[in-house]
Design a protein around this ligand. Sequence first.
Ligand SMILES: NC(=O)C1=CN([C@@H]2O[C@H](COP(=O)(O)OP(=O)(O)OC[C@H]3O[C@@H](n4cnc5c(N)ncnc54)[C@H](OP(=O)(O)O)[C@@H]3O)[C@@H](O)[C@H]2O)C=CC1
Ligand SMILES: O=C(O)[C@H](O)COP(=O)(O)O
Length: 531
Amino acid sequence: MFGPWYHLYIRIGNSPCHLASSVKVARPLAKEYSTMSDFYKDIVASTGIYKFYLDGQWRESTSGKAVSITNPSTRQTCFQVQACTQDEVNKMFDTAKVAQKAWAKTPLWKRAECLHKVAALMRQHAQPIADCLVKEVAKPAKDSLTEVIRSADLIDYTAEEGLRYLGEGQLLNSDSFPGNPRNKLCLVSKVPLGVVLAIPPFNYPVNLAVSKLAPALMAGNAVVLKPPTQGAVAGIHMLQCFHAAGLPAGLLSLATGRGSEIGDFLTMHPGVNCISFTGGDTGISISKKAGMVPLQMELGGKDVCIVCADADLTLAAKHIIKGGFSYSGQRCTAVKLVLVAESVADALVGEVAEGVKKLSVGMPENDCDITPVVSESSANFIEGLIMDAKEKGAVFVTGDYKREGNLIWPVLLDKVTRDMRLAWEEPFGPVLPIIRVSSPEEAVAHCNASKYGLQGCVFTKDINAAIAISDAMETGTVQVNSAPARGPDHFPFQGFRDSGIGSQGIRNSLSMMVKTKSTVINLEKESYTLG
Ligand SMILES: NC(=O)C1=CN([C@@H]2O[C@H](COP(=O)(O)OP(=O)(O)OC[C@H]3O[C@@H](n4cnc5c(N)ncnc54)[C@H](OP(=O)(O)O)[C@@H]3O)[C@@H](O)[C@H]2O)C=CC1
Ligand SMILES: O=C(O)[C@H](O)COP(=O)(O)O
């Protein structure tokens, strides 16, 4: 069932994460698992439906209802998960609140030790987690494995960074403000927020889950995770690594169910102290409904690639192909529009077209470059954008439009105009529009007129022009001579306008997961340092 690596199973992480000595261990020691199937046996019910996670245990929902997950490649049900009830969600927040109080008293180095155990377990179980990604979200096999390994690296890095960042506070003296003698010392520290609600999207169900979980836990918070429905079973396999590492019961829960059904109940729950969300416009409605809680929102993007007249066109073409078509364009940081100087447009389009023709199209198991998009409705939406461009006269550079089921052959569209939907909307699919522009100013103006402001990139050999264009682009990040990308994962990652609130990246996520606490020591006498 698990393939050849099954026999390579080694036991890691059999000792639990120790809590502070004054705190009771809420759950027995993490058990030893002798085989891979033993490791995963508790996550699935005898009915074949995957369980949800509450208070340190995998459980079946009292709803008696299941949610089906459709394999985008076969369009058949590949897994089923529990449809959690409101009562079960209430229990998650109740247990999280209690567990968080104890976890906040656990020394930082012990929290870090626990996260390192989780990372080791994730590396050990990378293949079964990746196999779920292939089935649930049709991510190419190699990229699926990379996502899991990248996630383990992210957890380790967060543990290390958390030790340094969370271990540091501030001491302020009162006499720097006019009229004050030095008789007050202000000790500034970082304290946890409480219970963090983490909601990742389908395109990185593992990586964008741990990018929320690891900083939240390291900073002393509890977490309720609502995985995307497509990707929920990968999330369940991943969460078992946290369970096996011996995380205290209640500290982390996993609620499955359709976002449209349990989403509002989760996001408007009085037990939520922070929402960390990645996804589409759903995030905008969540931010309108959420109460007085900090929000970390990473939403959609329409990342432009500006190619100047002096650019290295071969380099630009290489990045445009990778940026536009990896994971079939289903990345928030995908290149979603090329704005090229008219004088070099023919040459650039020719080079990009050559690369696009070489992309392999097929199934994720075969590691094809272009694989089926996540759902039929997504494929229909992408098709609608392409047909709109066709009707309005866009040029199909690499041949006519072709689709089988959810599989869409890569589409390169030249001479796109501003009245076409593809000039503004995010396809989240393997289609790349090109607009020819007469100046960098025109390109920047188009970029800034978008409702999105996630990332963008510029190709030029002139560093002064690159900086000037970057300064003018109203996006969270501008890449010079490379396609947009979130990674490396410790770089700040943020969107302007409808692309988000707050910032990610390991240090920034740690800082989103704490609040500032001041303790002011009022001295009887002024106290100055030795002169
Ligand atoms: N800026 C960034 O970093 C990224 C942005 N994105 C954006 O995400 C979109 C594609 O991802 P997709 O997963 O389809 O996005 P969605 O916004 O549809 O879903 C994201 C998550 O929200 C959940 N959800 C759905 N409805 C609600 C609700 N009412 N309340 C709470 N949660 C809810 C989903 O659960 P369920 O699956 O059960 O519906 C899923 O877990 C694209 O627009 C893309 O640009 C994607 C990745 C990264
Ligand atoms: O969800 C996304 O699409 C990502 O946050 C993009 O990540 P990447 O640039 O590392 O692919």
